[in-house]
Design a protein around this ligand. Structure first.
Ligand code: NAD
Length: 436
């Protein structure tokens, strides 16, 4: 079976590499020649633990190739995955489907009869049916199957997630599509990974409802953190105890500066927009979207207030990526918070182990540093924004001695009271008592 993977971003590249690891012949296509050139040279274009070894091995074994030539690749493929971006449309928050439509049109022009076309990108309900009609119109009389196969991998553990998913969701409109997907995912199937075979529409809704629920959980615990701060509680103790209830579960109950990343913000906006469009208002998720936006601003305000109170001029920011183990900065809280600090007249020194290159392109006026210790030098406030491992065990006495002030904002609740002993730092965290 020959697989074509259209789009080699975080999802397409990981999926393509993992399908090659399953033993299939995979051709990854991207319209960005710079990405393809680097991949052809054996360079991994995203930071994702474990990806480089798998890519290297499968490329050397000849099961994995990279090209910009979509037409030739598709003409020879049995299963064609679409893994292009579906960003937010400016203004209304709806998912922008232009890249899906462009890829579908190119596929329609080149595909062979009986091809199976699979949308792996996150697309709003109705998209698979629309794309199916679009392709049928472009190639009347040519049989093909349409499949919705949303992806649930998380950046930072994408390879592991792809190879060991909780479940695989497959939406189909015919049996041929279901059969093809069972073959493609057979290696997982053998490990007893459940495969949900359902309708195109259900598969689309499942993906959005899952992300909306997780985003809601994060937003919920963030509001509990606010309450804890006012009432003298500790959100970590509360989260731990409620998470032990199996009906609630312990995941996604970490209070912080608001969710970011390439999925939750855009997917909650798109989900809410779909609800408005279909006259089925998703008011809970509308609230999640606005609470989360406000949260990033209020985190910046906390820091600015402390800076004004203590006459601080310089802030050291540790972590730009929206979470550890990725170089992805899309909609990261840091991108909202840093410009607000600068607008308030503060200078920003920053460090991130992997995301600096991406961050330099969108943040201006930041003094980039090679290490956390270099970043905190001369800073009045240190602001920990991403819980990278390198920030989890900082020598806080050294941090305090390098700083020109003594305020540590830990918006990921990485440290605890005893870590602060003897440091002289004034420690602000989220939903926990102030120390110092
Ligand atoms: P991305 O922006 O990292 O990659 C998309 C790639 O597609 C880009 O390299 C772009 O050049 C390429 N592309 C666009 N149009 C093309 C075309 N016509 N032909 C060939 N290549 C084309 O995006 P991503 O983060 O991988 O996300 C892809 C989809 O998967 C989105 O719908 C996203 O919501 C979904 N998703 C993402 C994640 C994640 O963690 N990133 C997880 C689950 C689902």
């Amino acid at each position: 079976m020959k697989i074509a993977m259209i789009g080699t971003g975080y999802v397409g590249l990981v999926s393509g590499v993992c399908f090659a690891e399953f033993g299939f012949q995979v051709t990854c296509v991207d319209k960005n020649p710079a990405i393809i050139e680097r991949l052809q040279a054996g360079e991994v274009t995203i930071f994702e633990p474990g990806l480089d070894d798998l890519l290297d091995r499968n490329a050397k074994d000849g099961r994995l190739v990279f090209t910009t030539d979509l037409a030739t690749t598709v003409a020879d493929a049995d299963v064609i995955f679409i893994a292009v971006g579906t960003p937010s449309r400016r203004g209304d928050g709806e998912a922008d489907l232009q890249y899906i439509h462009a890829a579908a049109d190119e596929i329609a022009a080149a595909m062979k009869p009986d091809a199976v076309i699979v949308i792996k990108s996150t697309v709003v309900v109705g998209t698979n049916a629309d794309v199916r009609a679009r392709i049928a119109k472009a190639r009347p009389g040519v049989a093909f199957s349409m499949v919705s196969n949303p992806e649930f991998l998380r950046e930072g553990s994408a390879v592991e997630d792809f190879l060991r998913p909780d479940r695989v969701v497959v939406g189909v409109h015919d049996e041929a599509g279901a059969i093809a997907m069972r073959r493609v995912y057979r290696p997982l199937y053998l490990r007893e990974t459940p495969m949900i075979v359902t309708t195109l529409e259900n598969a689309e809704i499942i993906k959005y409802a899952a992300n909306a629920f997780l985003a809601m959980k994060v937003t919920f615990i963030n509001e509990v953190a606010d309450l804890c701060e006012k009432a003298g509680g500790n959100v970590q103790d509360v989260a731990r105890a409620i998470g032990m209830d199996n009906r609630i579960g312990s995941k996604f109950l970490h209070a912080g500066p608001g969710f970011g990343g390439s999925c939750f913000p855009k997917d909650t906006r798109a989900y809410a927009a779909t609800g408005r469009k279909l006259d089925a208002p998703q008011t809970l998720i509308e609230q999640v979207v606005s609470i989360n936006e406000q949260r990033k601003r209020s985190m910046a305000e906390r820091v600015i207030e402390a800076a004004q109170k203590h006459g601080v001029k310089s802030v050291a920011v540790l972590g730009i990526a929206f979470k550890p183990n990725t170089d992805d900065i899309r909609e990261s809280p840091a991108l909202d918070i840093i410009p607000l600090l600068q607008k308030a007249g503060l200078t920003v020194r920053a460090h991130d182990p992997e995301a600096r290159t991406a961050a330099e392109q969108v943040l201006s006026g930041v003094n980039w540093c090679k290490s956390a210790y270099e970043a905190v030098e001369g800073a009045g406030i240190t602001l920990l924004l991403t819980e990278w491992n390198v920030y989890r065990a900082l020598d806080l006495k050294r941090v305090a001695s390098l700083m020109d002030g003594n305020i540590l904002f830990d918006l990921r609740n990485v440290y605890s009271g005893q870590d602060l002993d003897g440091t002289g730092l004034e420690y602000h965290s989220v939903g926990r008592p102030l120390i110092g």
